[in-house]
Design a protein around this ligand. Structure first.
Ligand code: ZN
Ligand code: ZN
Length: 388
């Protein structure tokens, strides 16, 4: 698994371009006698393994993501990225390797009744929604799953500690554009036009009232304006000003509320000044909401295998987003984090100077997690079929 992981790490591929990785995954699965299906979500791969006690009526889905990030790697160890400007900075190389390890083990220990669907998805990063693309290609119609599970490594948490949480565990991610249209003109004669910059600047502040005044203080949400664009000259009032940014919430209800109020502000505030405004709001990933019973089940398996001291059952939510949330909108299941440690696993001389955090150019997946993660997968699958 370490050799596989480092091979994938050295050959990072971006969203929907994971052809080498998918070739590798498909070849490994086939060599272990697992039925391989390709082309779901362009580069996604599904391995289907039937138990030797019969296909039974039940099936479990276990998922790894395969894509890398458009960023340079600062590490200089032997398995550092060979593709300039691309890096496995989120540990999807490790997720893929440990699911392959579990697939190999289960292929040679088929003493169960039912079906395991190994789901290797493309394009988790950057709002590309590879999970949704696989669903659009009939993932759960062609490979029905009674339950589906996912894991992600978590730097900073002690190596091999598991974090579970029932309900909302990760945020929805959404992006917006607001265009304020005024009337441009000479900067020395503002009375002859309608200045969109002054309106947009005021709107940045007013938008913060959506968080502080519109939603309940109990509900968590973030609204960040991250871009302001307007004008090209010192002495010209432009026609337009554009604001862009992101919104994160842990429920769809709060998201609906926020989008409605943002639209009201974007459209009516400019009217006060004789301008017009328009909101374009794009929902990328929904909140990741873990199902209660599958979460208890997965946490019980982790506790039984690794001990209660290694398992956090009520971990705090994380404001990041994850497209496994699309799976959980349709199929019961649960997603957890496994601690990646503090970076002490990296080679002393050849790693980058930065922290071993996700999306940092000095990050590296901790190979000590490979046997832990694949053991979790194997035990989870076995317990699922034992459970009946
Ligand atoms: Zn990531
Ligand atoms: Zn990731």
């Amino acid at each position: 698994m370490t050799a596989l992981r480092r091979d994938i790490h050295a050959h990072p591929e971006l969203a929907f371009q994971e052809t080498r990785t998918a070739d590798l995954v498909a070849a490994k699965l086939a060599s272990w006698g697992i039925e391989v299906h390709r082309g779901l979500g362009k580069t996604g791969v599904v391995g289907v393994l039937h138990g030797s006690l019969g296909p039974g009526g039940r099936a479990i889905g276990v998922r790894a993501d395969m894509d890398a990030l458009p960023m340079p790697e600062q590490n200089r160890f032997a398995h550092a990225s060979l593709n300039p400007g691309r890096m496995h900075g989120c540990g999807h190389d490790g997720h893929t390797a440990m699911l392959l390890g579990a697939a190999q083990y289960l292929a040679t220990h088929r003493d169960f009744e039912g079906t395991v669907n190994f789901i290797f998805q493309p394009a988790e990063e950057g709002g590309n929604a590879g999970a949704k693309a696989m669903m659009a290609d009939g993932l759960f119609e062609r490979f029905p799953c009674d339950e589906v599970y996912g894991v992600h490594n978590m730097p900073g948490a002690p190596v091999g500690t598991f974090s579970f949480r029932k309900g909302a565990m990760m945020a929805s991610s959404n992006r917006f554009d607001i265009v304020v249209r005024g009337t441009g003109g000479h900067a020395a004669m503002p009375q002859k036009g309608v200045d969109p910059i002054v309106i947009a600047a005021e709107m940045v502040g007013v938008l913060q009232t959506v968080i502080s005044r519109t939603k309940s203080p109990i509900d968590t949400a973030v609204l960040s304006v991250t871009q302001m664009h307007a004008g090209d000259a010192y002495n010209v009032i432009p026609d337009e000003a554009v604001l862009r940014g992101t919104v994160r919430t842990f429920s769809i209800e709060v998201l609906d509320l926020i989008e409605d109020q943002m639209r009201r502000i974007a459209e009516t505030l400019p009217q006060v000044y004789g301008a017009t405004g328009e909101l374009k709001f794009v929902r990328a990933y929904p909140p990741l909401v873990n199902w209660p019973a599958p979460t208890d089940f997965a946490a019980d398996v982790a506790t039984e295998v690794f001990g209660a001291a290694k398992v956090l059952r009520e971990a705090p939510p994380v404001a990041g987003a994850e497209d496994f949330s699309f799976f959980l909108e349709q199929v019961p299941g649960s997603y957890c984090f496994i601690g990646n440690g503090n970076g002490e696993h990296r080679e002393a001389t050849y790693h980058g100077m930065g922290p071993c955090e996700l999306h940092n150019p000095s990050y590296d997946f901790n190979d000590a997690l490979l046997p832990i993660g694949s053991t979790y997968w194997v035990k989870l699958v076995q317990a699922f079929f034992r459970r009946g």
